[in-house]
Design a protein around this ligand. Structure first.
Ligand SMILES: Cc1cc2nc3c(=O)[nH]c(=O)nc-3n(C[C@H](O)[C@H](O)[C@H](O)COP(=O)(O)OP(=O)(O)OC[C@H]3O[C@@H](n4cnc5c(N)ncnc54)[C@H](O)[C@@H]3O)c2cc1C
Length: 385
């Protein structure tokens, strides 16, 4: 069972986390473990050799992996997003959207490769545009038998180590059309080592430059302009897939604080005890919200109430992780602030949760507009996507 496998791997990841964090280095050994465990095929349908997991099972796996190392779980999340979104394009949905048969053959090829041990990174965000698809400056144009893509991407977790990159770009013929391509590493795709961040250092989220021509099969879905439609109809991968990761980081902070407090015999102090009690309750509540959103995504994807839960889950996970990690550091005291102490790293990693889109502020705005009776997708102060 994939969740048991993730639980088995988490302590191994935890043992290596400090070193990867210190060096800001991609967790090569963790990814070798993930490959061996077959987890790259988690979201791949069983007919193509994968585990055929739904979103709830993904969330359960991500939570366990993040208890070991949040950065590893975050890079894995990018791969799960690509394979999960591809798998959700069923033959019936493809018929309804009028997708060509070649696109389905390409989908199956990419998914089968994942089940066999390939993993995919996401090169969507850009400096200035963030992950807002409609603002991307990376452009593509149709060539005789494919597409030429040119642009610069930022924050690409696992850059330099992936077997292919999902690249989002706008059409130069019609810039309102945003499409996504799966681009192999090698000529035309270069990684610039720019990532030296406060938290989630081991994600190695470096810049990626593309100036590359890809065959027609690299266009995901086989039809141009699908990216924005999918982001709005099924926001769970882009909005809430990180949520399980940050709740796992928050739980790891509570676990690390308990270990520290017991080792230092601080458990008799009422303030320390109540910090741990409050943190335990907050993490458990955020975890329930994430699992409720995930359950609804599986049962009623795209439903209005499902989408409300998706935005709630991301908001609660991001704020809870930052608040809990800060409180656990205070409960543990200054010795836990030393470089190399798990709480010092977890505090910094947890800090990224609210900043990672959809940011906590954006989630709160979306939910507020919705609660006030507006249309939260179109009534943001800036384009949501
Ligand atoms: C650890 C980590 C790993 C990442 N990995 C990847 C990856 O693998 N691939 C990838 O493509 N990206 C990745 N990202 C990037 C991420 O998805 C964002 O694109 C990026 O963080 C955006 O940064 P930004 O500086 O443009 O800030 P923005 O998100 O643009 O935020 C700047 C400010 O504007 C506010 N804001 C943003 N949008 C709106 C809005 N619509 N309305 C109102 N206010 C708004 C925010 O709340 C914030 O205060 C990663 C990010 C992190 C932190």
């Amino acid at each position: 069972m994939s969740v048991d496998e993730a639980r088995r791997l988490a302590p191994r990841f935890a043992a290596r986390a400090a070193e990867h964090d210190r060096a800001g280095a991609f967790p090569v050994d963790d990814f070798a473990d993930l490959r061996r465990s077959g987890l790259f095929g988690l979201m791949v349908p069983t007919r193509l050799g994968g585990a055929g997991a739904g979103f709830a099972q993904y969330a359960a796996v991500a939570y366990e992996l993040a208890r070991g190392n949040g950065a590893t779980a975050l890079i894995f999340n990018m791969h799960a997003s690509v394979t999960g979104a591809l798998s959700s394009v069923t033959d019936e949905l493809a018929d309804a959207l009028g997708l060509p048969p070649e696109a389905l053959a390409a989908r199956d090829r990419y998914l089968r490769a994942a089940a066999e041990g390939s993993w995919y990174a996401v090169a969507m965000s850009e400096r200035g545009a963030g992950s807002r698809l409609s603002q991307m400056t990376t452009m593509y144009e149709k060539t005789g038998d494919g597409y030429h893509i040119k642009g610069a991407k930022a924050f690409c977790s696992g850059a330099g180590h992936a077997d292919a990159y999902l690249v989002a770009a706008r059409s130069s013929a019609d810039p309102t059309q945003v499409s996504q391509f799966l681009v192999p590493p090698g000529e035309g795709l270069t990684v610039e080592q720019t990532w030296d961040s406060l938290g989630m250092r081991a994600t190695g989220s470096n810049d990626v430059h593309v100036d590359v021509t890809v065959p027609e099969g690299a266009l995901l879905g086989g039809v141009e302009g699908l990216a924005l439609v999918i982001a709005q109809l099924a926001p769970h991968w882009m909005v809430a897939s990180y949520a399980a990761v940050y709740v796992g980081v928050a739980r790891a902070a509570v676990d690390a604080a308990v270990e520290h407090v017991n080792a230092r015999k601080l458990g008799h102090l009422p303030a320390v005890r109540s910090r741990i009690g409050r943190a335990d309750a907050a993490v458990s509540a955020a975890h329930l919200a994430v699992m409720e959103a995930a359950r609804r995504v599986d049962d009623q994807p795209g439903d209005a109430e499902t989408n409300r839960w998706v935005w709630r889950a991301k908001l609660l996970a991001g704020t809870t992780a930052a608040d809990v990690a800060a409180s656990m550091l205070e409960a543990a005291g200054t010795s836990a602030m030393r470089r190399g102490h798990p709480l010092e790293r977890l505090y910094r990693d947890a800090r990224a949760g609210s900043l990672q889109p959809a940011t906590s502020d954006v989630c709160a705005d979306w939910l507020g507009v919705e609660a006030l009776g507006g249309d939260p997708d179109s009534e943001g102060t800036a384009p949501r996507w």
